[in-house]
Design a protein around this ligand. Structure first.
Ligand code: GSH
Length: 273
């Protein structure tokens, strides 16, 4: 039995990595174990036994536990040879892993910071946030979340997030400039299923164009991802990304000018390789 503990929310970026990978593999015989963050399900003792970091997703396969979203995606890919999401050539595999490592290390932090400084900051009352922080078992996560909420757009995590996406999209534009459809070439891969749920948050915040303007190859790549059923299924309701009244769209509109200024500042001050 394959059980997935996850959050059913459009901005549960790590849950969505697993959901998109399952959909691409055509695996549908998994058992949903849905957690609700606002009920603090992730801090319940029975869940902490599965995931001591109090995070989703967690995959349990025949009673054996697999944690960390990118490792879960890799594991899901190995469950069936259909629609392989990893190349066979060892050097290509090493390159795929470099992309995923980068996504884990900087894409994740960047997206989480931008989500916190926009939607969460506007939507979740401070007392509720502070109550939640008393339970967070990870000092890095705690500092990042507090800084984004207390300091807002002046948080150093925000400039770091903007820079992380600038660096990633620059590298993507270079890679895709030979006309290849996907980052790994002709093969749609884990690079797409691990990055798309993060980029989706930028899209929902209506900020994505700040990085994609002037990057036609990344735009083409993103348009090809956005029409895939595996991506569309991540929406909480049909048309969510197009809805100007959706919480992300409203929260993004408040910060768009300042984020654009910070991106300009980053481009002017940090040397481009
Ligand atoms: N490195 C972990 C990060 C997982 C993570 O941050 N999950 C978020 C949801 S996207 C979470 O569980 N947050 C719980 C909380 O904020 O209390 C992974 O990739 O699985």
């Amino acid at each position: 039995m394959l059980e997935l503990y996850y959050l059913e929310e459009a901005d549960s970026i790590c849950s969505n990595r697993a959901l998109m990978t399952l959909a691409e593999k055509g695996i549908d015989n998994w058992v949903p174990r849905n957690l609700v963050l606002l009920n603090r399900d992730q801090f319940k003792p029975e869940y902490l036994k599965l995931n001591p970091k109090a995070q989703v997703p967690t995959l349990v396969h025949d009673g054996r536990v697999i944690r960390e979203s990118s490792i879960i995606c890799d594991y899901i890919d190995d469950l069936t040879p259909n629609a392989a999401l990893k190349p066979t050539d060892p050097v290509d595999r090493a390159h795929l892993r470099e992309w995923i490592k980068d996504s884990d290390e900087s894409g994740y932090q960047a997206t989480a910071s931008l989500n916190f400084v926009t939607k969460f900051r506007l939507e979740i009352p401070l007392e509720q946030m502070e109550e939640r922080w008393r339970k967070v078992p990870d000092i890095d996560r705690l500092h990042r979340q507090k800084s984004c909420v207390y300091e807002g757009l002046d948080s150093p995590y925000v400039l770091r997030a903007i820079g992380a996406w600038e660096r990633t999209f620059r590298k993507m534009e270079e890679t895709l400039s030979d006309g290849r459809p996907w980052i790994m070439g002709d093969q749609f891969s884990l690079v797409e299923t691990t990055n798309a749920p993060f980029i989706k948050v930028l899209e929902m915040l209506r900020l994505l164009h700040l990085w994609l303007d002037g990057r036609p190859n990344v735009q083409r790549w993103w348009e090809s991802i956005a029409v895939r059923p595996s991506y569309k299924a991540l929406e909480e309701y049909p048309g969510q990304s197009e809805d100007n009244e959706a919480p992300h769209a409203k929260a993004g509109a408040v910060v768009a000018n300042k984020i654009e200024e910070l991106l300009e500042y980053y481009r002017e001050t940090i040397p481009q390789p």
